[in-house]
Design a protein around this ligand. Sequence first.
Ligand code: GDP
Ligand code: MN
Length: 374
Amino acid sequence: MKFFEHSAKRIFRKEGIKTLQGVVVYSPEEAMQASSEFGKPIVLKSQVLTGGRGKAGGIKFAENPGEAFEVAETLLNLEIKGEKVKHLLIEEKVDIQREFFISVSNDRANKRPIIMASAEGGMEIEELAKTSPEKIIRYHVNPLKEFFPYEAREIARKMGVGSDLISPIGDIIWKLYNIYDKYDCEVAEINPLALTDQGLIAADAKLEIENDALFRHKDEMERNNFKKKDFAFVKLPGDIAVIGNGAGLTLTGMDMITLYGGKPATFLDIGGGASEESIKMALDLVLNYSPVKVVFMNVLGGITRADDVAKGVIAALESSKRKVHMVIRLTGTNEEEGQRLLEEAGIPFEISMEEAAKKAVELCEELKAQEASK
Ligand code: GDP
Ligand code: MN
């Protein structure tokens, strides 16, 4: 299974390879908002599973929010090698001084992983492979033995990069090989690995996991398959994140918070049939929004099962770096099981929406009072 650049980059970051922290957008409006939040020139990158996006016009730059809107509109109407562009990755535009190429893939003929690397990376790599194959270093790894950092540095040295770059590029090669190994990849590739004034950055990321091994990487797979269309997310000026399933219920949740004197920080409708994974994603989304002090989650289980909701909440709270204060209203299909799971995990819940909203507002007031008295 091929991974979108943004999912691959998330994995690279997790494994210690530097990339820029981008945002994924689905509309020109969101692109415009992202541009104004970055406050500097951005790059807009079509998220498709085929390569060669740059040459196909799928990578563009924008200097300001207006331009970002125009460019996003163009890209979101683009088709690259038959694949419709449905979302874009937006990152700060960096000045690239040099582009390197490093990749780890499965050499079937030799039944071994092969590392390929070149000091002349970038969009012309395929051309380079034809015209000057000697400029691409090839190194087979014995999969039964450990791959050592000194071997990776040796590859970097052979690339002919300056002595100051041998160690940092070697380190990235070593990490990329370990990603390839750990995630059961067919391919793990960085092209270009960009030399910038912020150091070496994986400016692009390619990752393909063996289909037969996907069961070992479920979390990554679900994140990669994630479709935003199930979510309606709006940021608001308050401090209580409101999450609900269904627009009506989410709006009612907002009304309740307002009624008890609170101020909503988000409107997040996770839609019907929300899975454990999408609940986790929803919580991640609001927890990344810094004004949020309390999360009010208002879920009525129909297609969505209450036990799935509970599992998603528990998983999200376990993986969250931030301390989260949340109040959940959880009823509906499989509610006993869902409530039992929450109780076991020590997460408070309510049956009544009014009670839950009131609690969320009170909790938020308490937190603010505590902060003020510090
Ligand atoms: P690909 O064509 O699908 O491989 O897409 P890439 O992500 O590799 O982007 C293609 C090219 O766009 C890169 O080789 C870079 O030259 C350029 N590019 C991508 N991101 C940036 C950026 O942040 N700054 C600059 N200056 N160029 C970028
Ligand atoms: Mn590339």
